[in-house]
Design a protein around this ligand. Sequence first.
Ligand SMILES: [Zn+2]
Length: 313
Amino acid sequence: MRYLLLFLLAPALAQHVVAPGETLFSIARRYGLSVEELAQLNGLKDPDRIRVGQVLRLYREEVLPLPRGEARLEGLWVGRAALVRVTGYKAGEVRAFGRVFPLAPSGEGLLGYLGVPALEAPGAHRVELVLDGASHPLDLRVQPLPYGREVIPLTPSLQARMDPQTLRRERERVLAACRFRPGLPLRFLPPLERMEVTSPFGTRRRYGDGDWTYHEGMDLRAPEATPVRAAADGVVVLSERLSVRGEAVVLDHGLGVCTGYWHLSARTVRAGQRVRAGQVIGRVGSTGLSTGPHLHFEVRVAGLPVDPAGFLR
Ligand SMILES: [Zn+2]
């Protein structure tokens, strides 16, 4: 139940709806802000006077002046993607966290998503905007988010399925399917009619006494054969059976954003096909490395897994 609640609050992470019993202090602590920052963001003169149901802003969109225009950036959170809009330039990319996030021409400027890796440390980070060949370094703050931890016992059968070479090949296959193309800012529809999150994105995971990794998507419990729907308009770039991910579909939505749907019992789309948001693309199952019927739903930005909750409307 706790996870379900987390999910329900998460879609609008840019804001928080005050629940009974909450104080400005407890809300600020939850999102890694100080009471002063939160009060200032919301123009609150008296921090003791918040009411249940009140909507609080958690960040301000940063507007950064540039020699020939400006950049607008959504707040950066560990494990989330932020929309980047640039005016005054024709080509560019964002370099951050040892990765490159391309920007696509859009209207008067450029548009793209910058993802913060789920295991990145919160705090100050250098982000570089490379625009028409010139570099513009920015020092931005990455906000923390609470992520759980779990240790999964490594049984012999699980170990056999997790052969490093198979894992690497399959990951490369999934990553190669998604290419960068122009697009528009995205809002997702829920891929299942009833969203019961049993394991959220970002949970720190360790198999046996191996290295810590993290859950690259969200797991949604649902009965076998429940229809799975496209989260947004897109193109099917992968529809095939994989060893670990089972019956799998990947959709490309533009701006380097792709969604993955794993462990299906059936796929109802072919690679190359265009799909509309909400269109059925397959059915819930338990194929591949799975212990029961569920949908693993994931989102990657320029290959980096980010929390799907940030895109859900
Ligand atoms: Zn999963």
